[in-house]
Write a protein that binds this ligand. Structure first.
Ligand code: CA
Ligand code: CA
Length: 489
């Protein structure tokens, strides 16, 4: 057991050291949603944080340097210890937050509900600068920060390029509608969508238009993903693959009425749709590899980590599927729709739903098992041995051992109580033990010395075996009283 604890501690330490940041919407400048880190395979809630109002749906947390930065609900913006959830700093003086922040250069960048972009010292929470866009509507675009420039869309119809150090405008590009999508920066080009039903590719340094693409349908303000010189975008009719260099369409397909933003891994595009179906498609041609049907529409862009794809559904669950086969690994039921995208870092998955921020990690906690009871038994008499076993996720089973040998699986009688009826075959001191496991395979045992005595002749031994309940004994006593009363008549 000590060895196991040491191994778990080593694992926990290595997890903490090896954590890869998830510093922005969909992890990187290409919005791939792909990390070299990994998330939980056997989920346990490590911590949650509950607020007095609900998240608006675009509030994905980000993780950098062991700190979770979370904007919303309402105007709450805060930094939390990624491992414990402890508050590091908090601000409540911004407008309503309905987007995902980005961390770079020791700062956190976020747009608020008053059309203002803020740069905040990531360590202290102090504001470094703020930048006012052209109107006071809610910014829904999550920033991309590259080569000292913050790129962010705004409801003022513009994509803004802002000096990350001092908040001074470098350029802006005006479209015919609100820019709510979260831009991609790739090979010196900024890619973004506008509510004017066009998709734009603009030089990242000069702000000059390189090309634009007119959607067949209406813009959803979904965010692009780039992989292998191909940009993947979606409107309310199609999922499109465009050549990133010139905007020429490579293919399009229809998936539901609309789709989420994508994640991409190893030549496979992952995407959810409005009918609640989650798809894995060959990124080369859009051919479906597998699909998985959830109980309600999917708005959450997926995250891929170590061969597992994580996403939320309006059926209130966060899903973890095998990214190769689409098989369900686990799902976790949250308080309401899981609309925003999850962030994966350090073996944990972070996401928001309703009034909660959830941090779900690998279950490393073994069950807690009490001593086996009773400690005395009688030779040849069936005895009901019980333990109480609890676990942070749930006990999956307990095995009863006698003198070191496994005897059988214990029965659950509810409330964490497990029992096994065993008849001792020899007198003297024996060892009874219960070994209990959780779904992750963590286990713990507790053992007891049981003194087995020889029954004295002529003595009726009442055991505590199930069936001899208090009710039965009272019923027998009642019957005896009736008999006595009848005899007296
Ligand atoms: Ca729901
Ligand atoms: Ca456990």
């Amino acid at each position: 057991m000590r060895l196991k604890i040491v191994l778990l501690l080593c694992l926990a330490v290595s997890l903490a050291l090896a954590a890869v940041d998830w510093p922005k919407f969909q992890k990187d400048l290409n919005n791939t949603g792909l990390t070299s880190d990994y998330g939980p395979l056997n989920p346990a809630v490590n911590w949650t944080r509950t607020y007095s109002s609900t998240f608006l749906g675009r509030n994905s947390p980000v993780v950098a340097g062991g700190i979770v930065y979370s904007g919303g609900p309402s105007a709450v913006f805060e930094a939390l210890n990624a491992t414990t959830g402890a508050l590091i700093w908090q601000r409540t003086d911004f407008g309503v937050l309905d987007c995902t922040p980005a961390v770079a250069y020791g700062m956190v960048f976020v747009g608020d509900g008053n059309g203002v972009v803020h740069a905040i010292n990531a360590t202290t929470g102090a504001e470094v600068w703020n930048y006012t866009t052209g109107n006071t509507f809610t910014i829904r675009s999550s920033p991309a920060v590259s080569d000292g420039i913050v790129y962010i869309g705004a409801p003022d119809y513009k994509l803004h390029a802002i000096n990350a150090t001092n908040g001074v405008s470098i350029w802006n590009y005006t479209t015919g509608g609100a820019v709510h999508s979260s831009p991609v920066v790739y090979n010196g080009v900024v890619y973004f969508d506008s509510a004017d039903d066009n998709f734009y590719a603009v030089n990242a340094t000069s702000g000059l238009l390189l090309w634009s693409y007119a959607y067949a349908g209406s813009s959803l303000t979904a965010s692009p993903t780039i992989w292998n010189d191909t940009v993947y975008i979606t409107d309310n009719t199609y999922l499109y693959a465009l050549n990133a260099s010139n905007g020429v369409q490579l293919w399009n397909i229809t998936l539901g009425a609309w789709t989420t933003s994508s994640a991409v891994w190893n030549g496979v595009l992952y995407i959810g749709d409005s009918s609640g179906v989650f798809h894995a498609l060959y990124a080369d041609n859009g051919t479906e590899i597998w699909s998985y049907t959830t109980g309600d529409l999917i708005e959450s862009a997926p995250a891929v980590a170590n061969g597992v794809v994580y996403f939320g559904s309006a059926d209130d669950n966060l899903y973890a599927l095998n990214a190769s086969t689409g098989a369900l690994i686990w799902k976790y039921q949250a308080a309401y729709d899981v609309s925003a995208s999850p962030a994966v870092s350090g073996g944990m998955v972070y996401f928001t739903a309703d009034t909660h921020l959830y941090a779900i990690g690998e279950d490393l906690t073994p069950p807690n098992v009490t001593q086996v009871y009773p400690t005395v038994a009688t030779l040849g008499q069936a005895t009901n041995f019980t333990v109480n076993a609890t676990d942070n996720v749930g006990v999956s089973n307990c095995t009863f051992y006698w003198d070191g040998s496994p005897i059988g699986t214990m029965n659950s009688s509810g409330g964490g109580t497990y029992y096994y009826v065993y008849t001792p075959q020899s007198s003297g001191a024996h060892t009874a033990w219960a070994n209990c496991s959780d779904p992750a395979g963590n286990w713990a045992y507790n053992s007891t010395t049981v003194t087995v005595s020889t029954p004295q002749s002529g003595t009726v031994v009442v055991t505590s075996a199930p069936g001899y309940s208090l009710e039965v004994l009272l019923a027998l006593l009642g019957a005896a009283v009736v008999v006595v009363l009848l005899l007296r008549k």
